[in-house]
Design a protein around this ligand. Structure first.
Ligand code: PMP
Length: 414
């Protein structure tokens, strides 16, 4: 159990000074930004890195035989190497730049899925998936006749692992699971599930959109086959994501999109694909975004991922404690030490949209709605919820401001 802590593991004052957007007031109140699960903010180092690309080295990558092109290509590849090290992949051939988590999962469902699945095969998801890790598998099932099954959750908001032996059979071809739920915050036992999935010959795709930004990642310890995440949720630019895949799998998969950069040879009616990772990077990639992601990774690494998780869990624990002061409030998901830095809740008889609207007038930015997890909300017996999600720049004082604003909201709505 985490000790309640008023001391931060991070120097938030120093960190916050790096984030110009956090210095502002909204509706005449200091901004309390608690919508990091949807997208985080960027430090000046990342903003500067984006503008440096355009001011100093911008050109298309892997194309021209001129100095700017080799500068931007070198920076683009240096970023790929930084990402490899950050998630501890074996090779940069396993790091594919994509437009985001959603794209990465669709890439696997299309390329790997269409090649490897047939009618009657099973795809195992979980009841806590974001639609991004659900719909591509449903579409794959529609194309192939495969069947979708789901690992249920317990009433405490954890995966019910007792159901796993009954669900994992030789029919299971892929397990698609989130590492951290974007609604419950639950940190799932990825390595344990991967081991059991591999024992029946299934591959595992991990939706790491909510985990890579918040905890140290080692894809080799997980032994996951595919891992997808987004730059905009980890201080990086929007429009960019990463798909990690084991080299042997990516090598065997057909290309997803066709076009420039992904070919080796081309005739008028045929082509041979390029080697990895170019095979999966058709067309002009998000160049400036990819280069600037390295600045975000450097920033997170300097602060330390263990420190970030500890800090977020302190904030979550404080939020859990203080939320008990509000009558009729139900926290969704498990105890704070079992989750990453977010807390979603439901208040009896109150509409999350009204709650978020009042919080906004108090300067507090939270998200309300189904958070792209309609089946999960159905399981929880509600249609929507309110979520406060934290990051390294948030403070205990901000959690208190959020609670005071929430008290005001419940008074007005009650
Ligand atoms: N999976 C999870 C768990 C998420 O939280 C999100 C973003 N809300 C996504 C997938 C999709 O990410 P993106 O919109 O960047 O593709």
């Amino acid at each position: 159990m985490l000790k309640p802590s008023s001391e931060s593991t991070l120097n938030t004052e120093q960190i916050r000074a790096d984030f110009p957007i956090l210095q502002q007031q909204v509706h005449g109140k200091p901004l309390v930004y608690l919508d990091n699960g949807a997208s985080t903010q960027r430090p000046i180092q990342v903003i500067q890195a984006i503008s440096d690309v355009y001011e100093q080295c911008y050109s298309n990558v892997h194309r021209g035989g001129h100095l700017l092109s080799s500068r931007s290509t070198d920076a683009y590849e240096a970023s790929r190497e930084a990402i490899r090290a950050f998630i501890q992949a074996k090779s940069t051939n396993e790091i594919i730049f994509t437009p985001g988590t959603t794209f990465g999962i669709n890439l696997v469902a299309r390329s790997w899925g269409d090649a490897c699945l047939k009618a009657g095969d099973e795809i195992l998801v979980t009841e806590m998936e974001h639609h991004s890790n659900l719909i591509p598998w449903q579409q794959l099932a529609q194309r192939t006749g495969a069947v979708i099954k789901a690992i249920p959750i317990t009433d405490e908001g954890q995966l019910d692992l007792s159901a796993l032996p009954g669900l994992l059979t030789e029919k299971t071809k892929i397990v698609a699971m989130t590492a951290v739920s974007n609604v419950l915050g639950t940190i799932n036992p990825v390595a344990k599930i991967v081991k059991q999935a591999h024992a029946v010959g299934a591959v595992v795709l991990v939706d790491a959109a909510q985990s890579v930004p918040h905890e140290a990642t080692n894809v080799q310890t997980w032994d996951a086959d595919f891992v997808a995440f987004s730059a905009h949720k980890m201080l990086g630019p929007s429009g960019l994501g990463i798909l990690y895949g084991k080299e042997s799998l990516l090598d065997a998969m057909p290309p997803f999109l066709g076009g420039g950069s992904m070919i080796n040879t081309v005739t008028i009616d045929s082509f041979t694909p390029a080697m990895l990772p170019a095979k999966f990077e058709a067309g002009t990639p998000p160049i400036a975004q990819a280069i600037a992601l390295k600045a975000a990774i450097d920033y997170l690494t300097d602060v330390g991922m263990e420190n970030i998780l500890q800090h977020e869990q302190n904030l979550t624990q404080h939020a859990h404690q203080r939320l008990t002061e509000i009558e009729g409030l139900r926290i969704l998901g498990p105890a704070p030490e079992l989750k990453a830095g977010l807390v979603s809740f439901d208040i009896k008889g109150m509409n999350p949209r009204d709650i978020a609207g009042i919080l906004d007038t108090q300067g507090v930015a939270v998200r309300e709605g189904h958070h792209c997890a309609i089946p999960l909300h159905q399981r929880l017996g509600i249609s929507s919820s309110t979520r406060a999600s934290f990051y390294l720049y948030n403070t205990l004082e901000e959690v208190d401001q959020f609670i005071e604003a929430l008290k005001k909201a419940t008074m007005l709505l009650g």
